[in-house]
Design a binder for this molecule. Structure first.
Ligand code: FMN
Length: 337
């Protein structure tokens, strides 16, 4: 497996070791986001100095993986991919398919990462896991996970709704010398500075990159994210129930509130009954997704939607986030005794 460089005589911090191992110059990963993070976004983030990630979802085909992984790999920079453990529990093929394209890093989240981690390590690839509570953090401290990604419940897309980013990050930094990446609610140079200042190895950013020009998301979805306020999101399983997607119940999703969630999120039992008795709701939400009708279709996004804009390229977002250095400098000067 891809080894982290040993501590040197000056006590190289784990965050620096991750940078050496993965070769990025900016400590910023675009989050693996099914439906948004394809090869174009991953490539653009890597070329801008960050670490580009593909998001591989439950319905990603081999053709899609081959095409998007080839694009991510085409820049000559290192890149990675995120996959869902509960999907891989049925079949490890998507992981084998992406490993064939030579990623440097794999993130396995939402379920038992063990079998996928073994396969990735056999291929010499470093393995990370997103964690959303203390029990998942404890699992990520076992030997088969190299990098811990603390994902707070303010984050967009699926995950747990238990702990927010900063408490989880502080706990992880107390408990492990492994590299720890912070995720959830980060969208500006100040946010990146906050987690790097605390000791995170990098920031993992989803929602803001979902609105980037290179994101695969539909223009209507990007527009909805760009115009949403910070308090316009809801954490719910309603969209998954309506679409009959069998996400484990502990992983709901944070999405923009819309007419569909306003109608159903407060009564999931009634929604379950409606979906069980007729195809009408499932058909209507699938049609809304096809048409990118954001009043009904899920727009997965976190509280950082309130800090995100449309019409920016990944390079522009990266340049903006790179301002974390000035934020850290200013803060260090202000508080130096
Ligand atoms: C549109 C969208 C799709 C996502 N899809 C995935 C996914 O396929 N796999 C995954 O591990 N995480 C997924 N996530 C969660 C992200 O990896 C990450 O935890 C989250 O975006 C971080 O919070 P932020 O959105 O506030 O930056 C998704 C997030 C969003 C916004």
């Amino acid at each position: 497996m891809l080894e982290l460089p040993e501590n040197d005589a000056h006590g190289t911090r784990p965050e620096n070791k991750l940078q050496e191992a993965l070769g990025y110059t900016e400590p910023i990963f675009n989050a693996s986001m099914a439906g948004a993070a394809g090869g174009s976004l991953a490539a653009a983030v890597s070329v801008a100095g960050g670490f580009g990630m593909l998001g591989i979802g439950g319905s990603s085909t081999k053709e899609w993986i081959d095409q998007e992984a080839s694009l991510a790999a085409s820049t000559g920079h290192s890149w990675g991919a995120g996959l869902m453990a509960w999907v891989l529990a049925k079949n490890l093929d998507p992981l084998e398919q992406v490993l064939a394209h030579g990623p440097s890093f794999i993130c396995v989240s939402f379920g038992d990462p063990g079998p996928a981690a073994s396969l990735a390590h056999e291929a010499g690839v470093m393995v990370g896991m997103q964690v959303g509570n203390a029990a998942e953090l404890a699992r990520a401290l076992e030997d088969d996970i190299d990098v811990v990604i603390c994902r707070g419940n303010e984050g967009g897309g699926h995950g747990r709704n238990e702990v927010s980013t900063l408490p989880l990050l502080q706990l992880a930094l107390q408990q492990t010398a492994k590299p720890v990446i912070a995720a959830g609610g980060l969208a500006t140079a100040a946010g990146v500075a906050a987690v790097l200042g605390a000791g995170a190895a990098a920031a993992w950013i989803g929602t803001r990159f979902a609105a980037a020009t290179e994101s695969m998301s539909h223009a209507n979805v990007k527009e909805a994210i760009g115009t949403a306020g910070m308090d316009d999101t809801i954490y719910t399983r309603a969209f998954d129930i309506a679409q009959r997607i069998d996400w484990p119940v502990e992983y709901g999703g944070r999405a923009l509130r819309n007419d569909f969630s306003d109608t159903w999120a407060a009564d999931l039992e009634k929604l379950g009954e409606a979906v069980a008795s007729s195809d009408a709701l499932t058909d209507s939400i699938n049609e809304a997704r096809t048409k990118a009708d954001t009043s009904l279709a899920p727009v997965f996004a976190g509280q950082a939607a309130g800090l995100s804009r449309t019409g920016q390229s990944a390079a522009q977002i990266m340049a903006d986030l790179a301002g974390f250095r000035e934020v850290l400098d200013r803060s260090a000067r202000r508080w130096r005794l």
